[in-house]
Ligand binder design. Structure first.
Ligand code: GAR
Length: 199
C-alpha cells in the first residue's frame, strides 16, 4: 500500500519490534511506509531488514567524535528519505542533538518497564528487569514515550502492565515483557500516527 507517512526504525538488537512494525506497515494495519532501518552495529534487526527487503544502514561509531558523526549521518538519511516519524526499538544509544532538534515530537521509544520507574542512563536489557525484581514490585510492563534530551523522561504515550511472579529471574521476566511488546507497539502506533499526520 502506498502512503505518504514514512517511518524509520532505529535498533541495536534482535529486532522483533522492528519486524512487527514493518509487517504492520506492509499489511496496511499501519497506514505508513517502513522506509528505513538504522542500526549502530550489525545486529539481528539488519538480518530481518534484509529478509523483508527494508533498506537498512549501519552507522558504526565510537566515542564522542563518532557520536557527532552518527548524528549527522543519521540526519542526512532521515532527510533523504522524507522521514516523518522515528521509532526507537531496542536502540541502545542516545539520539544526537541535531536529530532531536529537527524531529522534536516525532521520535518515540519503547522501554521494558513502567516509566518513570526503572529508566534513565544505563537502564536497558536485563538490568531493568533485575532492578524490578529487587524492588519487590509485583507489576512491571512496557512504556512507549516521546524521546527528549533527557533519557526516558519524555511524555508517555501508552503503558501496558505485566505481572512479576515469585521466582522470576531477569531472563524470565524479560521474556514475559517482550511477549507483549510487539503487538503493544503496533497498537500504540495505530493510535498515534493519525494525530501526527495532522501536525
Ligand atoms: C525491547 O524489550 C525494548 O523494550 C528494549 O529492548 C528490547 C528490544 O527488543 N528497549 C530498551 O531496553 C530501551 N531502553 P527487539 O530488538 O527484539 O525489538
Amino acid at each position: 500500500m502506498s502512503n505518504n507517512f514514512n517511518i524509520a526504525v532505529f535498533a541495536s538488537g534482535s529486532g522483533t519490534n522492528f519486524e512487527a512494525i514493518a509487517a504492520a506497515c506492509r499489511s496496511g494495519e499501519l497506514s505508513a511506509n517502513i522506509s528505513l532501518l538504522i542500526t549502530n552495529k550489525e545486529c539481528g534487526a539488519n538480518l530481518r531488514a534484509h529478509r523483508l527487503g527494508v533498506p537498512d544502514c549501519v552507522i558504526q561509531y565510537a566515542g564522542r567524535e563518532g557520536y557527532d558523526e552518527f548524528d549527522q549521518k543519521a540526519l542526512d538519511l532521515l532527510e533523504a528519505n522524507n522521514i516523518d516519524l522515528i521509532v526507537l526499538a531496542g536502540f541502545l544509544r542516545r539520539v544526537g542533538p541535531k536529530v532531536l532538534n529537527l524531529y522534536e515530537g516525532k521520535i518515540i521509544n519503547i522501554h521494558p518497564a513502567l516509566l518513570p520507574k526503572f529508566g534513565g542512563p544505563g537502564m536497558y536489557g536485563l538490568r531493568v528487569h533485575q532492578a524490578v525484581i529487587e524492588s519487590g514490585d509485583v507489576l512491571t510492563g512496557s512504556t512507549i514515550h516521546f524521546v527528549t534530551a533527557e533519557y526516558d523522561k519524555g511524555s508517555i504515550v501508552a503503558q501496558t502492565q505485566v505481572k512479576v511472579l515469585p521466582g522470576d529471574t531477569p531472563e524470565i521476566l524479560a521474556q514475559r515483557v517482550q511477549g507483549v511488546e510487539n503487538s503493544f507497539y503496533v497498537s500504540a502506533l495505530k493510535k498515534l500516527i493519525p494525530s501526527l499526520k495532522n501536525k
